[in-house]
Design a protein around this ligand. Structure first.
Ligand code: GAR
Length: 196
């Protein structure tokens, strides 16, 4: 099967990136990682990429406060230069603009640690616990111009336990994230995703 050329955009530790790398190396994912891009120079995700000989690029957000479109134009340039077909946001902590979205229509995915449309935004595991929901989980969705609003591709449900803390719940959700992100990318690679 043809391999889809993907980019993973990160800001931090990159455990979702690692799961994608591992699945590619195992042959479980028909994808080639063309580039990993971080807005943070010290993101551990960049190191993970380098260890696997994957191009790792920092596109610093410094100096782009209030100039999100200009920043996204840099991303588009980098992604196009590398021949990227599918952009995967994995803990990329920036709000992206129509400049990026229009350059890759229906070709940007995101993973979110809650069952959207419940709990969009940040600190969502804490919010789920505070709300007292009995189940949370994670969602892979297409990115549109809203905040965590695009069409849903896959979700995994994680029950909330009586003694859960933000950390324990986050860790159990993360285990599921590591499975469903690769599954969603594989569906894309197989031409089985229809965003409309
Ligand atoms: C993941 O839990 C991901 O779902 C979340 O950031 C974490 C990144 O972890 N993303 C968001 O909250 C986006 N709104 P990782 O760097 O270990 O993959």
């Amino acid at each position: 099967m043809k391999k889809v050329k993907i980019a993973v955009l990160v800001s931090g530790r990159g455990s979702n990136l690692q799961a994608i790398i591992d699945n590619i190396e195992k042959g479980a994912l028909s994808a080639e990682l063309a580039v990993v891009i971080s807005d943070q120079a010290d993101a551990y995700a960049l190191e993970r990429a380098r260890k696997h000989h994957i191009p790792a690029v920092q596109v610093s957000g410094k100096g782009y406060k209030g100039k999100r479109e200009e920043y996204d134009a840099l991303l588009v340039q980098e992604l196009r230069t590398r021949g990227v077909e599918l952009v995967c946001l994995a803990g990329f902590m920036r709000i992206i603009t129509p400049v990026l979205i229009k350059a890759f229509p229906n070709r940007i995915l995101n993973i979110h640690p809650a069952l959207l449309p419940a709990f969009p935004g940040l600190h969502v595991q804490k919010a789920a616990l505070e709300h007292g929901v009995k189940f949370s989980g994670c969602t892979v969705h297409f990115v549109d111009e809203g905040m965590d609003t695009g069409p849903i591709i896959i979700q995994a449900v994680v029950p909330i336990l009586d003694n859960d803390t933000e950390d324990s719940l986050s860790a159990r959700i993360l285990e599921q994230e590591h499975k469903i992100y690769s599954q969603a990318i594989q569906l894309y690679a197989e031409g089985r995703l229809k965003p409309e």
